[in-house]
Design a protein around this ligand. Sequence first.
Ligand code: PLP
Length: 357
Amino acid sequence: MINVTKTYLPSKEKYKKYIDEIYENAWFTNNGPLVQRLEKRLAKYLGVKNIILVSNGTVALEIAYRTLDIKGFAITTPFSFVATTSSLVTNNILPIFVDIDKNTFNLDSKNIEKLITPNTSAIVPVHVFGNACEVEEIEQIASKHKLKVVYDAAHAFDVKYKNKSVLNYGDISTLSFHATKLFHSIEGGALIINDDNLVQKARYLINFGIENQKSIPHLGTNAKMNEFEAAMGLCVLDEIENIKNSRKEVYETYQKELKNLLEFQEQNENATQSYSYFPVVFKSEEELLKVQKALNEEKIFPRRYFYPSLDSLDYIEPKQMCKISRDISKRILCLPIYAELEKDVQNTVIKTIKENL
Ligand SMILES: *Cc1c(COP(=O)(O)O)cnc(C)c1O
């Protein structure tokens, strides 16, 4: 069975060495030595100042909102993984959906200002499929209206914008290191915080809000990464260049074989790509369903990412409607892409699509 992605398995021997180290240390969690080592290595690899590792990407978003005291309404995109929206709702922040650009699939920054009200305190964009948002426009709008910006950068692990990490934009960017992502630590995530003065608060928030044995200044939670996850992260990080190169090869083959047949995502010209996903847009939902069925018969299971459009979720009140996002959601499919995808499997994917258009 071929899925849209496959967990990257680093060298087992190397992982075992780290496990031995964890046993010798007898230190499993609570900011252990491997978590600290991974933080340092990631800060350097990504080119960011302050990074805090946490237990997953969803809680990273929640900690970001609480670190910045975001309340009321947040302007966000309807075209993302559900966690972007559900993390807001969980924290009593109402998502106000701004429709996406039909070519980039990112929220359309031209439409943000119309939606700003006195209740708006933040913008929560997503670099969807690793495609960098219009970060400079968003920065201007945010500073003009004194809004916080939290980027859900779960897909943009090492994307560069004008030669610098895109994670340096906004007040905070969050990452997910879930097993299905480009870089993973089994489960895990991170906050990249630009204001040095907020780092300590975020560190308290991931550890129950505790400052020291006498003081608990914040309402915190438990969002700590453990040593076994950090060990996996250290192993995967050693191999990240190979992972990226083989994904790039898969990506470029799809691009070459399917251009002019299907619509692709339009990439930000000032940014590098992540090669994490290969989304294609069909002419109609019927065509998508036909291709999906044919692929399933070959035991190939692409995913309808992102579907449904988040502005249609039942628990969102009042009801909202983003026409472009709903339309794209119905017609978009993410094709299998991962480091060890065999050439003949990829050829079957391409052939099956071509035969069913
Ligand atoms: C994966 C993902 C998340 C959630 O991350 P987890 O680590 O699975 O909690 C959030 N936002 C986006 C866009 C994602 O793709």
